[in-house]
Design a protein around this ligand. Structure first.
Ligand code: PEP
Length: 249
């Protein structure tokens, strides 16, 4: 059966020393979690943090990877480079990357494939913006995002993905989808996966909620049958806040 997961996304926060200190604090505080725990860090932290956490229950994710294998792409970091640090996951398709860096369905399709080819498990993010929710178009938006970037995968490949539903209007805004809103769309996402890959793959896929998730609202969100944990931005930057969310399981 699918795993419950709490994953952090540090975004562009923490210099190397601060990031290593946070990872060390988490290592000390997260000893026997009732769920899988992942921290997504900037590229510069990956090797040090992965080494620090190698005998701990905490896995490490990159927040992005390049859409090319290698070569003349100044400033880019390939999936192979990410994997060589000891990271085992890669966040792909975060709404900030889609919005600020023009990441299209096609670019994300390449990234997902390169991550998988390098044994990284993609945490693939989908979700609608405020206007789309107001127009009740959230289902069609997440369907197009899945069809555009990951429904080309084989069932075996898709089975390695973690899906994160993140309504863009809830990210970093303090607004959270209600547990009912989140459960409804998570169930819809699972039904799309079942339609495409069958019930077994759908039942085994972890679907995380992201968007102003904190220790207070995590319990209500995670109690729902189709919400298998959270992708946590702001509240992953302090060990105690992040640990309190892990304790929601
Ligand atoms: C995110 O960036 O993935 C996120 C969910 O951020 P926040 O928790 O700060 O809303």
């Amino acid at each position: 059966m699918r795993k419950n997961i709490v994953a952090g996304n540090w975004k562009m926060n923490k210099n190397l020393q601060e990031g290593v200190a946070l990872a060390a604090e988490l290592k000390e505080k997260v000893s026997n979690p009732n769920c899988d725990v992942i921290i997504g860090t900037p590229f510069i932290h990956l090797a040090t943090v992965a080494e620090l956490l190698k005998d701990s229950p905490i896995a490490v994710a990159a927040e992005n990877c390049a859409d090319h294998t290698s070569g003349a792409y100044t400033g880019e970091v390939s999936a192979e480079m990410v994997a060589s640090t000891g990271a085992t996951y890669c966040i792909i398709g975060h709404s900030e990357r889609r919005t600020y860096y023009g990441e299209t369905y096609e670019i994300l399709r390449e990234k997902v494939q390169l991550a998988l080819a390098n044994n990284l498990r993609p945490i693939f993010c989908i979700g609608e913006v405020k206007e789309e929710r107001e127009a009740n178009r959230q289902n069609e938006v997440v369907k197009a995002q899945l069809e555009g970037s990951v429904f080309n995968l084989s069932a075996e490949e898709f089975g390695k993905l973690v899906i994160a539903y993140e309504p863009v209007w809830a990210i970093g805004t303090g607004l959270t989808a209600t547990p009912e809103q989140a459960q409804e769309i998570h169930a819809y996402i699972r039904s799309l996966i079942a339609e495409k890959y069958g019930n077994e793959v759908a039942d085994n896929t972890s679907i995380l909620y992201g968007g102003s998730c904190n220790a207070k609202n995590a319990v209500g969100l995670f109690a729902n049958p189709d919400i298998d944990g959270g992708l946590i931005g702001g509240a992953s930057l302090k060990a105690d806040d992040f640990c309190a969310i892990i304790s929601a399981f």
